[in-house]
Every structure is written in C-alpha cells, then in structure tokens.
Design a protein around this ligand. Structure first.
Ligand code: CP
Ligand code: NVA
Length: 359
C-alpha cells in the first residue's frame, strides 16, 4: 500500500472512532452552528444579543472595546491590591446575589467566582448539573427569565454556546460566560492580567499556544481582535480553531493570528507559551486518539528551551502532567500557572464590577 493509501486508511479508522464519540459531534456541531450564527446575524460578536436592562453581558472578550477591557483590567489590579493588603472594607456587591449555573465540572471557576463575589460583599448561589438541567427540565429562556428576577447577575458554564446566548437574550440581569464549548473569556482576562504583571503589556507581545485549537484558543483570538499582539496556535492538522473566528481578527482586528503545525519553530521568541488539555471536558473518550495525534505537541523542557528564557509558561489548568505538558515545566522557573489561577478571581471581580455598572 502507498503512503497516501496508508494515511487514508488511518484517517478512516480515526473517523470511525470519532463517529462513536457523541460528544465530538455535539462539540463540533456547536462550533459549526455558532459559526453559522456569526455569518447570519453577528450574534457571536454580541451584536445580536440584546443588552440587559442594566449593565452589560460578558459573553465574548471582543464584545467590549480595547479601552473597556483595559479599564476592567485596571480595576482588577486595584481590587487585587486592596484584597492583598488585607483591606476588606470595599463591599460594592453588598446586597447583590449571583446565580452560578454549571453543567460541567469546575474548581477554579466555581471557587474564584463564589469567593471573589463574597469578598466584595455579595452572595453567590451554586447551581450544579443536576439542579437546573438546561434544556432538559425546562426551556433555557424560562430559566433566564426566572433567575434574573431573583439575581443581579448570572454566571454560567455550559456546553453549547447557543445556550449562553439564549440565556443572555432573555435575562434582564447581566450574563457572564464561565466557559462554553466555544470560548472561555474570563480565563483569558486572567491570563491578560498575568501578562501585564510579568511583561508589563499585552500589545507587541508574541503568545504561542501549543495544543488543541479549542475554547481557550477562541478567546485568545478574540483578545487579539482588540489588542495588537501576535497569537500563534501551533496544533496538529485537523485540530485548528474555528476559521470564522480566525478570520474575524485577520480581516480587521488589531492583532494577528497564525496557525502553525510546527510547535518547536512556532515558540521561538515567544513571550508566552500556553497550553491546555488535549481532550476538553466532554471529549475525554477521545483522549487516547488525541494522545497519538498530538505527538510532538507536548510543552516540555525542550520546547521551553526553544522558546527562550524570557518566555512565561501559562496553562488555564487543570493540567494533565505528562500529557500536554511535563511536570518539570509546570514546576519550572518560567511557570506562573498558580498566579494565573489566582488571577481568575481578581480578573472576574474587575469584569463583574464593570458589567454591573459599579466601576
Ligand atoms: N481554568 C478553569 O476554568 O478551571 P476549572 O475548570 O477548574 O473551573
Ligand atoms: N479546554 C478545557 C478548558 C478547561 C478550563 C475544557 O474545556 O475542558
């Protein structure tokens, strides 16, 4: 059999494995439908979702101007400084409640939102996967219209991106995106804050993401729509981010996005090397297949050496040590992953203050 024939055969068997994975279909369909929405109504840029009665939804990073994003980050820095100094007197969320809907597991998102909101005087309510059952127990638009009557803000971690758009459309309180199959904007605000703390800037930097072109990547790309920096996604063929999202930046965004299939080359001169799990939540049954596909894409000591000594290592966590990154890199001198995790709370406080019109 020729090489091309062998490779075709391998692809066919991969396709069979993927077809057995129900989640892959859900995930890809979700992104595909979302791209269709983008083409049709620009809902993906937030344009098609009505704003809440008061304040702003936080659904995608680029729903905001660069100035607004910068203001959120500056607020985050101030509130972080106050909390770090032991000054607990700032209580802008006093008397406010936040409903938090989770259809997927979480540690950082749940705890950072709940703790951050409490520290600034508010009360957060955790609604886990068995409580609300989005799309199963009752219609998403009904959930939105009921929850916003009790709560000043709704935070949600959901599978389908359309569901968060629908929640926002029907909620008179601001809706904050705590991750969907498509994006994770709060994470990237925390990453931007971490970059500011270590590099002093976002603009003019080179951020190289090595791994799957997933929800984290889509939010990085959307940050590049507003800030002028170079974002490179080094991923295996077939695992590229959504092309419509890449086009959004490259056809008029502030920054520049490139796709590479050569991670060792891509990381050269990087200010940040970033990675995430190869199989996201809901894709775990593809983990073995992906381990084969992602050979050469592990962020290890060799890759950090190729990036150079000034490169930071970031990971949204949870990390699967020994798979997408090595233990040595997570624990190494270039790693700032735990500061990055802490910054989830501070960045989200900044986002919430702005979305609620309190900053
Ligand atoms: N990074 C992040 O969102 O972590 P969790 O899944 O633990 O919330
Ligand atoms: N891409 C990962 C991010 C986890 C914070 C996932 O969706 O599981």
């Amino acid at each position: 059999m020729s090489d091309a024939g062998r490779s075709r055969k391998a692809c066919e068997s991969d396709r069979e494995i993927l077809q057995k994975s129900a989640y892959r279909k859900v995930s890809k369909r979700s992104v595909a439908r979302a791209s269709a929405v983008l083409e049709k109504t620009q809902t993906y840029t937030g344009v098609g979702v009505d704003p809440p009665a008061k304040g702003h939804h936080f659904l995608h990073i680029d729903d905001f101007s660069k100035e607004e994003l910068w203001a959120m980050l500056q607020t985050s820095i101030k509130v972080k400084e106050a909390l770090k100094s032991g000054d607990n007197s700032y209580k802008p969320f006093a008397g406010l409640t936040m409903a938090m809907i989770f259809t997927k597991p979480s540690m950082r998102t749940r705890v950072s939102f709940e703790t951050g909101f409490f520290k600034l005087g508010g009360h957060a309510i955790y609604l886990g996967p068995d409580t609300i059952q989005i799309g199963k127990r009752e219609a998403t638009k009904d959930i939105a219209r009921v929850l916003c009557r009790y709560n000043d803000v709704i935070m949600a971690r959901l599978f389908a991106h359309e569901d968060i758009l629908e929640l926002a459309q029907y909620s008179s309180s601001p809706v904050v995106n705590g991750l969907t199959d498509y994006n994770h904007p709060c994470q990237i605000m925390a990453d931007a804050l971490t970059m500011i703390e270590h590099k002093g800037r976002i603009e003019g930097t080179k951020v190289v993401y090595v791994g799957d072109g997933n929800n984290i990547v889509h939010s990085w790309i959307r940050l590049a729509a507003k800030f002028d920096f170079e974002f490179v996604c080094a991923c295996p063929e077939g695992y590229e981010p959504d092309p419509a999202t890449v086009a959004l930046v490259n056809e008029g965004g502030a920054g520049k996005v490139t796709i590479s299939h050569n991670p060792l080359e891509a990381v050269k001169g990087a200010d940040v090397v970033y990675t995430d799990v190869w199989a996201s939540m809901g894709q775990k049954e593809e983990a073995e297949l992906r381990k084969k596909k992602f050979q050469g894409f592990q962020v290890n000591e060799e890759m950090m050496a190729a990036a150079g000594p000034d490169a930071l290592f970031l990971h949204c966590l949870p990390a699967e040590r020994g798979i997408e990154c090595t233990d040595g890199v997570v624990e190494g001198p270039q790693s700032v992953v735990f500061q990055e995790a802490e910054n989830r709370m501070h960045a989200q406080n900044g986002v919430l203050l702005h979305c609620l019109g309190l900053a």
